[in-house]
Design a protein around this ligand. Structure first.
Ligand SMILES: [Zn+2]
Length: 299
């Protein structure tokens, strides 16, 4: 994700530290004996600690060395390189500590990391995990949709990007295009026809060129601002989830894609999921089938 997590924990060393000068990884991204091998060969005390090598930390830091013989030639070049690496080091005034470089106060928390990842995935915070929640559907749907919004469900194109060897990256249903997330969930003619039926079932003219993210966020075509979209969004999530399930059934169980069966499944599954979770109101099965748009007005 471009978050420099591995390098984000920084050892803050005090001048009195017993950290090994050559043998611990405290500066430069590696052990100094690896970074400066010629110099290390001249070190008289291979196990020297930082405390052994620092005289004073008041800028500029003073160091004391103990060489078997004076560095010359290429070893002197290494010495110069090491000095310039060390010159920027900022010692902790009190004691050794670990700071997390990705927050201002230097303390690590899972919560801070999660919000960093959210910000990274969704700059502007418009659809981070916190807003991809809908209490009317099972958790697995929330997770599925969240991954779909990030284009991270394992379509053939995504598997191929991860280096998984496939005989084809084309859509297993229509073979007309590559199986990207957009294709699988929306633009495949099979999925598209199903969506059209779902939109018409809910009283819309059709999908009206909504994008995949608009659909997953619960936009309605011609929506008014007062519309409570939660039930409609739950239906859209059920639809995308069941499309994905049907694609996998086709691949792994060799079952055929039948739009009527898929549509019936969306109607009954979404009814079951939503009516179990909807508080203070009952859904009516017949009006659910015949004119669910009345539920768009629920506040
Ligand atoms: Zn297709």
């Amino acid at each position: 994700m471009g978050i420099p997590f591995i390098n984000s924990f920084i050892n803050k060393i005090s001048a009195a530290s017993t950290t090994k000068f050559w043998d611990d990884n405290w500066i430069g991204g590696n052990k100094l004996r690896i970074l400066f091998p010629r110099l290390f060969r001249l070190e008289a005390v291979k196990t020297a600690s930082i405390r052994d090598r620092v005289v004073a930390t008041a800028a500029p830091t003073l160091w004391k060395w103990d060489w078997d013989r004076t560095p010359t030639g290429r070893t002197l070049t290494e010495f110069d390189d090491m000095c310039s690496l060390l010159s920027g080091y900022n010692f902790d005034t009190v004691s050794d500590s670990v700071r997390w470089a990705l927050t201002n106060d230097g303390s690590f928390s899972v919560k801070a990391l999660c919000s960093l990842i959210d910000d990274h995935l969704h700059p502007g915070n418009s659809n981070n995990m916190a807003t991809m929640r809908n209490s009317l559907v099972p958790k697995k749907l929330e997770i599925f949709v969240w991954r779909a919004v990030q284009r991270r469900i394992p379509t053939r194109v995504n598997l191929d990007k991860r280096g998984i060897d496939l005989h084809s990256v084309r859509c297993p249903l229509c073979d007309d295009d590559l199986e990207s997330v957009e294709h699988a969930l929306i633009f495949c003619k099979h999925a598209f026809d199903l969506w059209e039926r779902v939109f018409i079932w809910w009283g819309f003219d059709g999908m009206n060129n909504l994008s995949i993210n608009e659909i997953l966020r619960g936009h309605c075509p011609n929506s008014t601002s007062n519309l409570d979209k939660k039930i409609w969004q739950a239906v859209e999530w059920a639809c995308s989830y069941l499309i994905w399930k049907n694609i996998n059934n086709k691949i792994f169980r060799d079952s055929s894609w039948n739009i009527q069966v898929a549509f019936n499944e969306i109607q009954s599954q979404s009814f079951e999921w939503i009516s179990h979770r909807l508080k203070g109101r009952k859904l009516n099965w017949l009006s659910w089938l015949n004119d669910p748009s009345v539920y768009l007005k629920i506040v």
